[in-house]
Design a protein around this ligand. Sequence first.
Ligand SMILES: Nc1ncnc2c1ncn2[C@@H]1O[C@H](COP(=O)(O)OP(=O)(O)OP(=O)(O)O)[C@@H](O)[C@H]1O
Ligand SMILES: [Mg+2]
Length: 347
Amino acid sequence: MAEVELTNISKTFEGAAHPVLHDISFAVKDTEFVSLLGPSGCGKTTLLRIIAGLEEQTSGKVTIAGNDMCRVAPRDRDMAFVFQNYALYPHFSVEDNISLGLRLRKIAKPEIEARVKATTEMLGLEGLLARKPRALSGGQRQRVALARALVRNPKVFLLDEPLSNLDAKLRDKTRGELRMLFKKVKGTVIYVTHDQIEAMTMSDKIVILQDGRIQQVGTPNEIYESPANIFVATFIGTPQMNILTNREIQAMGYALTGPKSGLEDFTCGIRPEDLDLSANPRQDWIEGTVDLCEPAGALTTLAISTAAGATLRCSTTLKWPPNQTRAWFSFKREHMHFFSSADGTRM
Ligand SMILES: Nc1ncnc2c1ncn2[C@@H]1O[C@H](COP(=O)(O)OP(=O)(O)OP(=O)(O)O)[C@@H](O)[C@H]1O
Ligand SMILES: [Mg+2]
């Protein structure tokens, strides 16, 4: 049985002309880690608040473990919410902020102490337990908010961009630790992020939203390998997928037949890592000028423009010679994606 199930959720804020969520349906299984991924303003926080019961949907249904949540108050939903803006109690110490939920539930003191100790150690908060939130950095506050949810050990965790204020190194470390932690406690997690790397590395399943509409639901691999439309294709993957019209590809002298014969007007997508690249001329490969070379350790990204006027990004494991301005490339045909030029959907 799905732990959390959304059925046709729509939301229009009072007085607003347009809905911010349109007909959202998906299911989160017990112990599954599901990310809601999408650009700023697409409705992620609103959707999470509806699941928590902090906001009411205009239509549609939320069920948890098969029970309709329609009349169930947020505190009775056995969910822990980590807010995007932390919402810590300013007059309480870090320790009290973390343990409050447990004390209210009348959990025995030694148990509280053990849970607080384990959680704060994991999040690197041991030295900060006596401080008040105002004496913490943004990243530290975010970790306190995370700790407060973790100690409660609820059925479902709702996390709204919980790592956005951590520096890159701590975020990398915490990302992996969180993933392992949720596996260990067998937590069901709905995780909001606009960071595709976070969503790709942490999730069992990703729900991609744009303008309040679901664009695709799938595993990280499904979404990477078979993006449902051009929006998903260019949102997932860095550097982003090259998008070329059929005509641009033909202008490069590259013969291409589309996915359906007779269909002329399609758009091609090819990921920068799916181009073959050479610093020497190769027969039948396309020649281009290297406009930009960005070495980043294991991978180097090149921006290459062709005589036909197209610009492509290409990632390579080759150590590109710094003064080499000519490049030859070819498309790995089996890795090309085809989209309808009319509406951008995958063909
Ligand atoms: N209380 C409200 N009243 C009216 N409109 C709102 C309200 N809360 C959010 N919105 C609007 O709903 C849309 C979705 O907002 P939401 O906060 O869910 O986006 P988000 O995906 O979480 O964005 P971000 O990544 O920036 O946090 C936005 O256009 C926002 O302006
Ligand atoms: Mg938000």
